[in-house]
Write a protein that binds this ligand. Structure first.
Ligand code: GLA
Length: 699
């Protein structure tokens, strides 16, 4: 047995490696001192054999298999095609080699009988994120089929006993659920051909005694399988095993002679608490191109303003109203192409509609530019409407089972992205649109589940996106899938923004944005001021409340300014100006969740280079007259800060603040006082929000 350690700035992983046997991770935790005796560490954690176990108790390790009596899900499953049947293989992968680099350990396993090897990589990446992936190659002569290969298999250290997972639905993404890991464990498989709304590609494990957390994510925009198998019957050493990987339908991944498969990357972050976990995931270096991004422009999106009622004159008017609010990018949503006057037709016909734009997009774009904004366009490239010229020309281009019905969703079918001719057509159309029109931004939508199953669909989607990015590197792209149906670090490695939810209701957003921002930086989270009443929830909310909530993200407007009162427009414009002042802090700083005894108060705060902005929002009527003070976080305890409530203030603020004039002037307090005692703000009325600005004073 040999021991190898991988060190990040704050964490250490210790691996126990036995040539011809298993590989295991025997330590995952705070960085160990340099001289730690790893053999002793192994000796103190190893278990003896107990009753009712196989003679050699199985070690699930880093590549758990069904062999030797382990009761959980295997990380690799292979079948063999024999004449007209397919038989599951009994695998036996043994560790045969490993190579260690400064930040990476590569393990090679080999199944001698099958002639198949698996290479598994453990790498410590930017901000201490642990990234794992695996690849498999069939060097034997058998006709194999790969049924499963996990990107990550990790025996979970015993101290992590609680689990937070997420579920959701359209317009209700990322609902949190916490519970003990044992005895049920966890299993979630998506089938829609994308991560979907069910949140199974995000997980948080917690040590309840210290608050330490372990966050896990699969950076993959297709289907996933996430599971935790506790060692329920005690067949192994008592540790539960976490696995994450892509999932696919049986028979899809052929592993003929010399063929291979590579998993997506799984991400694993260890942190002292949930705020610290967010900071590991938010690190700028995690998204490769983010260092080159320009400040996130304020959007106006036409969808909730005009829907499908598009006309050039109405759009020109909307653009003028947008510019007068301080908007910087005008995004033309659905309805601009082919014969698309509702959501039943024309997907695939990516030609500017002459009915809406008799002279093409040119005049509108020119007007948008004159008004000082840039121009964005909605597309949904992977889809086709049965009522479209594309479908009439190429009925075989969609995902379908020959001889079967073609069930639609939102009146549309999905194109087979594994086909090169499909990708060529789409590249041709999108490339032409971007060359012929000054489009700075694409909102890339995906509004249906993929069925029947779609082998290599995600690879095809990535290939198209990559080709387009290479041809038009200056164009920013947003990933939308009926809101948050396709959000993951795989798509984010190729795009600049995600649409977290179709639900713009500020009260819902106060749950949805903190949930996504557990993993994603505010910079990529589209955050729009919607109309009141909200078209999805019917809620009426004041402009002040809607606008304050929207500041915490990549701000935009998705409502028609012509339907707002003069006062509302002023209030919105003031918040847009505030966002512009603060976006540097919001997008580059560290996000902290603020705890408050009232569960209906949401507090978030971002600190950056001595400046900080906090949001405190009350959604329901408070049970007490005087809400408890809001305690701030992430400040330098010894520094003194100037605290101010930037304009505009919510209604009744003057009435409820004890000393409004002092707040106007600004107060000075130490970081310690602000983090210990906090600020007593009027937070009793439902739908009241405050922004709090802090500036560190010199000396
Ligand atoms: C999806 C998106 C919306 C909007 C519509 C247009 O539902 O999530 O934001 O773009 O499509 O059809």
């Amino acid at each position: 047995m040999e021991f190898v350690r991988l060190d990040g700035e704050r964490l250490t992983l210790v691996f126990a490696l036995e040539t011809g046997g298993e590989a295991d991770c025997i330590y995952l935790g705070a960085r160990l001192p340099g001289g730690e005796d790893l053999a002793m560490l192994a000796a103190t954690t190893a278990r003896g054999r107990h009753e009712s176990q196989p003679d050699v108790p199985p070690v699930p390790g880093l590549l758990p298999e069904g062999k030797a009596g382990w009761s959980g899900t295997p990380a690799v499953r292979l079948s063999e095609r024999r004449e007209d049947t397919c038989v599951q293989c009994a695998t036996d992968f043994r560790l045969v080699a490993w190579e260690q680099y400064p930040d990476e350990l590569v393990l090679t396993f080999y199944d001698e009988l099958l002639g198949v090897d698996i290479e598994q990589s453990w790498r410590i990446g930017a901000s201490g994120m642990v990234c794992t992936e695996a690849s498999i190659t069939n060097g034997g002569g058998r006709r194999l089929v790969l049924d499963r290969l996990s990107a990550l298999a990790l025996p979970i250290p015993h101290r992590f006993t609680r689990l937070t997972s997420f579920t959701g639905r359209w317009a209700g993404e990322m609902q949190e659920h916490s519970r003990p890991i044992a005895p049920e464990g966890f299993a979630r498989t998506s089938v829609a051909g994308k991560p979907g709304f069910a949140g199974g590609n995000w997980l948080i494990l917690e040590d309840p005694s210290s608050g330490e957390v372990l966050g896990a994510h699969l950076a993959w925009s297709g289907d996933h399988d996430t599971r935790i198998d506790p060692d329920m019957v005690g067949s192994a050493d008592g540790r539960a095993v976490l696995q994450m990987g892509a999932s696919w339908d049986g028979g899809e991944v052929d592993l003929g002679h010399e063929a291979g498969y590579r998993t997506p990357v799984a991400m694993l972050a260890l942190a002292a608490d949930r705020s610290a976990l967010a900071q590991v995931f938010h690190a700028r270096a995690i998204l490769p191109d983010r260092k080159d991004w320009r400040p996130r422009k304020v959007h106006l999106n036409s969808w909730e303003a005009l829907g499908f009622n598009l006309a050039e004159s109405a759009l020109m008017r909307l653009a003028e109203d947008a510019a007068s609010l301080g908007i910087e990018r005008f995004v033309l949503d659905d309805g601009w192409f082919g014969g698309r006057r509702d959501d039943r037709s024309s997907l695939g016909d990516w030609f500017v509609s002459p009915d809406v734009f008799p002279n093409g997009l040119g005049p509108l774009i020119a007007r948008v530019h004159d008004l000082g904004m840039d121009f964005g366009l909605w597309v949904e490239p992977e889809m086709v409407s049965p009522d479209s010229d594309l479908y009439r020309r190429h009925p075989d281009w969609c995902l379908h089972t020959p001889g079967r019905e073609r069930p639609a969703m939102r009146g549309q079918l999905a194109l087979d992205m594994a086909r090169e001719d499909v990708r060529e057509y789409l590249f041709g159309r999108l490339d032409a649109l971007l060359r012929e029109n000054a489009v700075a931004y694409l909102k890339w939508d995906h509004n249906r589940d993929l069925f029947p199953s779609a082998p290599r669909q995600t690879e095809g989607f990535y290939a198209l996106l990559d080709a387009l990015r290479a041809a038009h590197p200056q164009v920013e792209i947003e990933s939308c899938s009926s809101g948050g149906g396709r959000i993951d670090f795989g798509v984010l490695a190729r795009t600049h923004r995600v649409w977290p939810s179709d639900n713009n209701d500020a009260i819902e957003r106060l749950r949805i944005i903190p949930a996504w921002s557990q993993f994603l930086p505010l910079e990529v989270l589209g955050s729009h001021v919607g109309p009141s009443p909200n078209p999805i929830t019917g809620r009426r909310l004041s402009m002040d409340f809607r606008a304050k909530v929207a500041v915490f993200g990549h701000m935009g407007v998705e409502a028609d300014p012509a339907r707002m009162s003069e006062k509302e427009r002023e209030c919105l414009a003031a918040h847009i100006a505030l966002y512009k002042q603060w976006r540097g802090v919001l997008h580059e700083g560290q996000l902290h969740r603020l705890a408050h005894p009232d569960p209906n108060v949401t507090g978030m705060m971002v600190t950056h280079e001595g400046r900080a902005l906090a949001l405190a929002a009350q959604t329901a009527f408070s049970p007490v007259f005087d809400a408890a003070p809001l305690r701030l976080a992430g400040l330098d305890p010894d520094a003194r800060y100037r605290v101010a409530l930037p304009d505009p203030w919510p209604a009744k603020a003057r009435h409820y603040l004890a000393t409004p004039d002092r707040w106007r002037e600004g107060l000075t307090l130490s970081g310690t006082a602000l983090m210990t005692q906090g600020l007593a703000l009027p937070l009793t009325h439902p739908e009241t929000a405050w922004l709090i600005a802090l500036e560190r004073l010199p000396g």
